[in-house]
Structure formats: C-alpha cells, structure tokens
Design a protein around this ligand. Structure first.
Ligand code: AKB
Length: 336
C-alpha cells in the first residue's frame, strides 16, 4: 500500500518554506523535491525529502513507487532575472519540468480514478505592457489582456498555464478510454515579500531586498527607479491564497488562472516604509536599465475580482499592515 501524500516541488524556495509550515499544521504527509537539501527546520515536517531535479523522471517514479500523490504544489522554477541569463535551462526547468509533473499527475489521477489537484504559481510576468504610457494610463489589468511576456520566465509561465488547461480539459482528446485527470488551478502571483526568506533570481526582488538589507544593517542599491510600480503581496496571504484555491469547489471556478494582488507601492513608497522602521537604513537608487525594462513591462495593478468572487480571495494585509503587523515585527525578531 502506498501512503497518500502531498507533493511539493521547489520546496526549499520562498513559497515552499511558508507552505510547508502551514501544511504541517494540517498534518498532511508531505513529500518534497528540491535541487538543494531542505532547511533542517523544514525537513522535520516532511515525510520524505528527495534532493534532485524535476527533470529526473527516475526521481519522480521513486515518489510514485512509495506514495499515492493526491495533490501537487508545483513551485519549482527559475525566476525572471535568472532565466534571462540561461534561457534554455529556464525553458527546461520551467516547461519540461512542469510537463513531467503534469504527466505524473495524470498518471496518478488515472490510477486513483479521480483527478489529482495541481496547484501552479504563475506570475504577473505573463503580462507585457507595450510602453510606459499604456502602463500608467490603464485600469487594473484583467487576465486575458496584454498576454505578451517580455521574459523567458513569463513565456514559460503563460505556456504552462495553457499546458495545465490542456491536461485539465482536453488531454488526449482523440484517444478512446482516456479522461483528463488533472485538476489544474493556477494563480498569477505579484511580487511576494516574506519576512522569513529572501527571494533569489527574481526581478521584483528589490522590495524584499531593501527590507532585509535594512534589517541587517547592510547598504542597498535599489536596481529600479523610485517611481517603479508593480503589485506585491505578503507571503502569508500568498500561502492562504494557494490553500483557498486548492480547497475551492471545482464548480465555483470560472478560470484556470487567476490574478491576485494586495497592494501596488512605488519603489520610493517601499523605501519610505523601510526608513520609517529602520531610520539609519542606507538605501539609494542605481537603476539597472535591463532589469528596469522587465519590471516596466509588468502591470502597475491587476484586476483580481475573479479570484475574489469565485473562491473568496481576500488578502489580510494592505501596504500599511503588511509592514506594521507582519514584515517589520517578524523581521526584527528574526534578525535579533
Ligand atoms: C520574479 O521577479 O521573477 C518573480 C515574479 C514576479 O514572478 N518574483
């Protein structure tokens, strides 16, 4: 008999850290895959930790030999900045890796006789604003608008949303006796800010980097201009959103990919909030034209009304409370 389990890929990353802590409370048997060993504090919550790549099908088969996977949080990805340096590797990990996981889900779904839930964090990187005037002049962007990503990462995320839709609705539609067995659900995350971990390889990283640098007394050169504006969300709300979407009744869902957002500060507003908490912080601007162009291609605000209506998305933190009630107290405690 195999043990029922939740599989988390990219478990040692930022979202993985927060998600494992939440799922551990729910007492789920957790199986993880990551290219790096899990932090010891996380590893104690996990039933089986596999260190390796999602491109290694043998590794994925080892999971299936022992566990009956009924839910997958597929978090493994190379983020937007890193992907621009190694686009082929990014494509391998972000697309071929996702395809491997979708196949695994379909296989498990066929063997269970019911769909396997597949939770997929997509990103605001799927959008590509044509120019600054458009970005500044439009209402919050809806899911179907401006789907012309500028980065390899954004292309990968957008395509994988479609792969998920294919596995969820149309898989092998001409073969007899085959049913789609993947219950694919995706959110387009904005930049995420965690008090506990730092992201690596993203282009929205300037906000969390500013905060963590100030808390540890390090100087920080912000790589975007002060008036740069994109949506952000506090990590606890991101994890709540994934769990709420996972728990939603399938009939309530009207889309396969949902926008999410909580607040859209400018880089200068983030800096001001950081200076309020850490008045000695040394933060200045040294815009990197290429990273700036990536962030400028992402919308200033997204319309997340579908997520609010369909499955009750409702972030707890706005810009002020994210700093006052979550980031600053938790970060001060963390680095004390
Ligand atoms: C990145 O900057 O690449 C990510 C994202 C917005 O998806 N944080």
């Amino acid at each position: 008999m195999r043990t029922p389990a939740v599989l988390i890929t990219g478990a040692n990353g930022e979202i993985g850290h927060a998600l494992i802590e939440r799922l551990a409370v729910a007492d789920a048997a957790i199986v993880t895959i990551d290219v790096t060993p899990l932090d010891p504090a996380l590893a104690r919550h996990v039933r089986r930790e596999l260190t390796g790549s999602i491109l290694d099908r043998g590794l994925l088969e080892r999971v299936l030999a022992e566990f009956e996977v009924d839910r997958i949080y597929h978090l493994a990805a190379l983020l937007s900045t890193r992907s621009e340096f190694t686009p082929l590797t990014a494509h391998d990990v972000n697309v071929a890796g996702t395809l491997n996981l979708l196949e695994l889900a379909q296989h498990e779904g066929e063997s269970h006789g019911r769909p396997v839930a597949f939770l997929y964090p997509s990103s605001i990187a799927v959008y590509g604003m044509p120019d600054a005037e458009t970005k500044a002049g439009i209402p919050p962007v809806r899911e179907e608008d401006y789907n012309q990503p500028r980065t390899m990462y954004g292309c990968n995320k957008l395509y994988c949303e479609h792969l998920g839709r294919y596995y969820g609705r149309h898989y092998k539609q001409l073969a007899s006796g085959v049913e789609p067995r993947v219950d694919f659900r995706s959110v387009r995350f904005p930049g995420l800010i965690s008090a506990m971990t730092l992201p690596s390889g993203g282009t929205s990283d300037y906000a969390p980097e500013m905060i963590h640098a100030a808390a540890t007394g390090k100087p920080y050169a912000c790589f975007v201009r002060p008036n740069t504006k994109i949506p952000f969300m506090a990590m606890p709300d991101a994890v709540d959103a994934l769990l709420a979407l996972a728990a939603a009744h399938p009939e309530a869902l009207t889309r396969y990919a949902y926008n999410l957002s909580a607040f859209s500060p400018t880089a200068e507003e983030v800096r001001d909030a950081v200076l309020k908490a850490f008045p000695d912080a040394d933060i200045w601007y040294s815009a990197d034209a290429k990273r700036q162009a990536i962030v400028d291609s992402w919308p200033a605000e997204v319309d997340d009304s579908a997520a609010r209506q369909d499955w009750g998305f409702s972030p707890k933190f706005d810009f002020t409370t994210a700093f006052d009630d979550y980031l600053i107290p938790t970060i001060k405690e963390r680095y004390r």
